[in-house]
Design a protein around this ligand. Structure first.
Ligand code: NAP
Length: 248
């Protein structure tokens, strides 16, 4: 076990998109960042890139949908790093389809990867955070979970459930110096949204106060603040970073 005073952050789904931007931002904030996803090659390349920029990072292969091995991987991070201060549950998938045609498999996969994984990771990380009397947990949800989205019954259910889960974690762990919050992105330019037809994005922009798709860095900036040492009084909240898409 390494003894270090540097705070350690674990970011799931860090190989690309929003997770990659969050990982880079937290490393730039001075954290040692553990990059987690299934594709170890991509993560190792990224960790090397971070290190070449003077940042601190390491990589682990995890499938967040395999609860037992995911929990073991988190325990190993705690053992190897000697601490775990920040957990960002970002890995997520979509399996879209209208309700009447949605398969049980598509429902189960989306719930397991987007929701159950956050429970498994939070439970595994909480003990180390309690020991350190400090923790910052961020669950990446979606505006689909706040207002619904046709074709995403599974995804909206998972992301909405993250809100209730996070509030409960905030209540249970707040007295231990641990905060838990949700960051809910709107439409962000990543692989996940690359298939959206231009007509759809143009229509979306008309409903937004800031008429553009978001960048992964827009989400990373919010996560940076929520996970900072100074954000200890901010907990149980859902911050929609969506260009005003869902404001009422
Ligand atoms: P993305 O580009 O598709 O990246 C998804 C990431 O999750 C990848 O790093 C992927 O890595 C990882 N991942 C997927 N399944 C995994 C598994 N079983 N185990 C471990 N890692 C897994 O997605 P994104 O757009 O960056 O989205 C990131 C998060 O933001 C998701 O939770 C998503 O629901 C949420 N979000 C995105 C948007 C948007 O507009 N993009 C909007 C709202 C919410 P590997 O394939 O290497 O495992």
């Amino acid at each position: 076990m390494t003894e270090t005073t540097q705070r350690v952050a674990l970011v799931t789904g860090a190989s690309r998109g929003i997770g990659k931007a969050i990982a880079h931002r937290l490393a730039s904030d001075g954290r040692h960042v553990v990059l987690a996803a299934r594709s170890l090659d991509a993560l190792e390349t990224l960790a090397a890139e971070f290190k070449s920029q003077g940042l601190s990072a390491s990589a682990i292969a995890v499938d967040v949908g395999d609860s037992a091995s995911f929990a073991e991987a988190i325990a190993k991070v705690v053992t190897d790093q000697g601490r775990l201060d920040v957990l960002v549950n970002n890995a997520g998938i979509t399996r879209d389809g209208l309700l009447l045609r949605m398969s049980d498999q598509d429902w189960d996969d989306v719930i397991r990867i987007n929701l159950t994984s956050a429970f498994v990771a939070t439970r595994a990380a909480a003990r180390a955070m309690m020991k350190g009397r400090f923790g910052r947990i961020v669950n990446i949800a979606s505006t689909s979970g706040l207002v619904g989205n046709a074709g995403q019954a599974n995804y909206a259910a998972a992301k909405s459930a993250l809100v209730g889960f996070t509030k409960t974690v905030a209540r249970e762990l707040g007295s231990k110096g641990i905060t838990a919050n949700v960051v809910a992105p709107g439409f962000i330019q990543t692989d996940m949204t690359s298939g959206l037809p231009e007509a759809v994005t143009e229509q979306l922009k008309k409903t937004m106060a800031v008429p553009r798709l978001g960048e992964p860095e827009d989400i990373a900036a919010a996560v940076s603040y929520v996970t900072s040492d100074e954000a200890g009084f901010l907990t149980g909240q859902t911050i929609a970073v969506d260009g005003g898409l869902t404001m009422c």
